[in-house]
Every structure is written in structure tokens, then in C-alpha cells.
Design a protein around this ligand. Structure first.
Ligand SMILES: Nc1ncnc2c1ncn2[C@@H]1O[C@H](COP(=O)(O)OP(=O)(O)OP(=O)(O)O)[C@@H](O)[C@H]1O
Ligand code: SF4
Ligand SMILES: [Mg+2]
Length: 363
């Protein structure tokens, strides 16, 4: 689905730092985990924004901030133009109703001692105004039907369902309050590949049916491609590249995105052979000790002196700004250049080289 009109959800300068303490009785703050370190984006109504990045880059923290489950250290979140960052009491509750989360792990996110009917209907206990008591059972059955489960399953328990079915239960619960935004934190990562597509198709159908806007989080670029209108790539608490779906997949300009794309599974065997593999050296630095300048520089094969000195802004790089076209999208790199990691057609050229990384690989 494509976005229309005003953004429904916006993040501006979003920061979440967790204090790092030492000592048991007298806790002393010795630093901070910079889980989210300056994130900006706008989600259009009816749009899906995919957020992708390696484990620990801050995706779930962003999700919790967007759903007002935690307060940011700095920055703001706007819902339909209204700043919701510092709401409390009834106003906060009303916003929470409108922005719902679907969690990653359908095995642990459902209470094993509750029936499916009680799980899906639980949001009505927290927000009794959303549905009259006498009507809740009917609504729960309807929700099960909507997500493709037999409404007669209401009295069963989570362990009687497969992983994909459990995720459908989680989605039904997410829909109970008729939210306008759903933040889905790796909703298919724990599922078999064959089931992933079914759940993604279900989410796509529900988006149209319920007029939903999605933030869809994944660690793998291949998963978000089918559902996202736009994609944001995160590294160590920040977005490093963002643009429309085709801009990111077919015309990436940030080295980190190029490395992530080079690891994506390619179904076409011909393309797979020609695909360039970029293997990143070193580990992701700790979010308690983020490198100066460009935070990706310790793993970037193109890093130069300027990269240690200057933080690259997330903006359209100057070299691409004039020409317009698909490379003219935001990329936080001083030396951004297009590199098509997966060639679309057989170029008839020599086999792609294998890139090595950390200072000596091809650029
Ligand atoms: N409550 C907390 N206290 C301290 N550190 C935290 C807390 N929550 C998250 N972190 C740290 O913040 C960083 C980002 O975590 P987050 O869970 O947001 O990453 P993620 O991208 O969702 O990772 P994954 O792909 O593994 O789910 C990690 O280093 C994590 O250890
Ligand atoms: S700014 Fe420098 S270190 Fe960062 S991604 Fe670009 S080239 Fe690499
Ligand atoms: Mg996570």
C-alpha cells in the first residue's frame, strides 16, 4: 500500500540511553548504553516502513518508544501531528490504544495458561471502553476469523497451535482495539520460511482491510522487501540509509546497506553466482563505546581520516542530489557511491569479485 497525505507517526531526534551502573548498594553511573542515538523518520498513513539492521542495533528499542512502552531520553514522537512523547494518564492510554505492537516470538509472547479467547480479548480488559462486555466474545471470534483461524478455537491454549497460528493469534490481539498503527517487531523471524510468506501476506491483506500503517522490523532485508514501501537501515542506534524500496534494494549507496544486501538469499541461481559477497570484518562496536565520526568506520572498507572526524549526516549525498533518480535518497556516508550488489540481468561480464573488508577491499 502507498502512503497518502500527512504522516501518521513521526520520530524526531529520538534517543534512548540506558544508564550503565556499577555497585550494588551505592549505584554509580559509569556510562550509558546508547541503544537509540538520534533516529528520525516519518510514516505516511497507509504506508509500511521497514526497519532493518543487525542484532543489537536498537530496533526493538525504537519499537517500544513508538508504542509509548518506554520514554525516550531525548527527541520526540508525533502521532497525527500531536507530540505524544510526554503524555501521561488518560491521554497516554488513548494513544497506546492507537499504536499497537506485534511481537517477535509467538512462543513466549502468549501466556500459556490463558485460552486463545482470553488472550485476544485481553486488550478489552485494559481498555474496557473499546467494546461493551457483552459483545467481546463475538468480537474475539470475529478477530480469529479475520486472521484465518477457526473461531471455534477460542477455548484452546497456545500450545495447541503451530508457530504460524500463534503469530496469527498475536496479530488478532494487536487488532482488537482497532489501532491505526501497528509496530511489528520481527513478526516472522521465529517462523519457518514457508510460513513467513503466509503471515506477511496476512499482514498485507489486513493493512488494506483495516486501513493500517505499519512499522515492520526485521534483521534481514529480504523479509521486508515484499511488504515495505520504504526501508530504513539501522546501524548502532542510527538510521544510515533510507529510501523507497527500489532505491535501497537496487541502488544502495551506503557501504553497510551494500554489505547487508550482499548477504540476502537470492533465489535465481544465475544472479546468485554473479552476486558480490561483501563480508564485513570485525565485530559491531559496543553501544557503550560508539566510534567517533561515522559509527560504521571500524568495519568500513572505504573509511578515511574524515570518517573518524566528522559525523556524516543522513541526507541526500551531494554527488547524487543534482541528478535526481534512484540514487538521490538519504545516505549517511561521506563517500557514498552506488554499488549494485545483486545485478538484475546477466551482464555477460567477468564473475564478480569477492570483496574483502577493512581498508583493502574493492570500493
Ligand atoms: N533495558 C535495557 N537496559 C540496558 N540495555 C538495553 C536495554 N534494552 C536494550 N538494551 C541494549 O540496547 C541495545 C539495543 O537493543 P535492542 O533490543 O533495541 O536491539 P535489536 O536491534 O532489537 O536487537 P535484536 O535484533 O537482537 O532484537 C543492545 O545493546 C541492548 O543490549
Ligand atoms: S562515512 Fe566513511 S566510514 Fe562511514 S560509511 Fe562512509 S566511507 Fe564508510
Ligand atoms: Mg529486537
Amino acid at each position: 500500500m502507498t502512503a497518502t497525505g500527512e504522516p501518521i507517526l513521526e520520530a524526531e531526534g529520538l534517543v534512548k540511553h540506558y544508564p550503565l551502573t556499577r555497585g550494588v548498594l551505592f549505584k554509580k553511573e559509569i556510562g550509558a548504553v546508547r541503544a537509540v542515538d538520534g533516529v528520525d523518520f516519518a510514516l505516511g498513513r497507509g504506508e509500511t516502513l521497514g526497519i532493518v539492521g543487525e542484532s543489537g542495533c536498537g530496533k526493538s528499542t525504537v519499537a517500544r518508544l513508538l508504542c509509548s512502552l518506554e520514554r525516550p531520553t531525548a527527541g520526540s514522537i508525533r502521532f497525527k501531528g500531536e507530540d505524544i512523547t510526554r503524555l501521561s494518564g488518560r491521554a497516554l492510554k488513548a494513544v497506546r490504544r492507537n499504536i499497537q505492537m506485534v511481537f517477535q516470538d509467538p512462543y513466549t509472547s502468549l501466556n500459556p495458561r490463558m485460552t486463545v479467547g482470553d488472550i485476544v480479548g485481553e486488550p478489552y480488559e485494559i481498555h474496557p471502553e473499546a467494546a461493551p462486555r457483552g459483545d467481546r466474545r463475538r468480537r474475539v471470534r470475529e478477530l480469529l476469523d479475520v486472521v484465518g483461524l477457526d473461531p471455534d478455537y477460542v477455548n484452546r491454549y497456545p500450545h495447541q497451535f503451530s508457530g504460524g497460528q500463534r503469530q496469527r493469534i498475536g496479530i488478532a490481539r494487536g487488532l482488537a482495539l482497532r489501532p491505526e498503527v501497528i509496530v511489528a517487531d520481527e513478526p516472522v523471524s521465529a517462523l519457518d520460511v514457508s510460513v513467513q510468506a503466509q503471515v506477511i501476506n496476512l499482514l498485507a491483506r489486513l493493512q488494506t482491510e483495516f486501513d493500517l500503517s505499519y512499522v515492520f522490523i526485521a534483521h534481514d532485508l529480504s523479509i521486508v522487501r515484499h511488504i515495505s514501501d520504504r526501508v530504513a537501515v539501522m546501524y548502532l542506534g542510527r538510521i544510515v540509509e533510507t529510501g523507497r524500496d527500489a532505491e535501497i534494494y537496487d541502488h544502495p549507496t551506503h557501504p553497510y546497506t551494500q554489505a547487508l544486501l550482499s548477504a540476502v538469499p537470492v533465489p535465481d541461481p544465475g544472479a546468485r553466482e554473479r552476486r558480490e559477497r561483501i563480508i564485513l570484518g570485525g565485530d559491531v562496536p559496543s553501544p557503550t563505546d560508539i566510534p567517533s565520526g561515522c559509527r560504521f568506520r571500524t568495519r568500513c572498507w572505504k573509511a578515511r581520516e574524515r570518517c573518524a572526524r566528522e559525523v556524516p549526516a543522513l541526507a541526500v549525498p551531494e554527488v547524487f542530489a543534482k541528478g535526481g533518480g534512484p540514487t538521490a535518497h538519504d545516505s549517511a556516508c561521506h563517500f557514498a557511491e552506488e554499488r549494485r550488489v545483486v545485478p538484475p540481468e546477466d551482464p555477460g561480464g567477468p564473475e564478480a569479485p569477492q570483496a574483502t573488508v577493512n581498508g583493502n577491499g574493492p570500493g
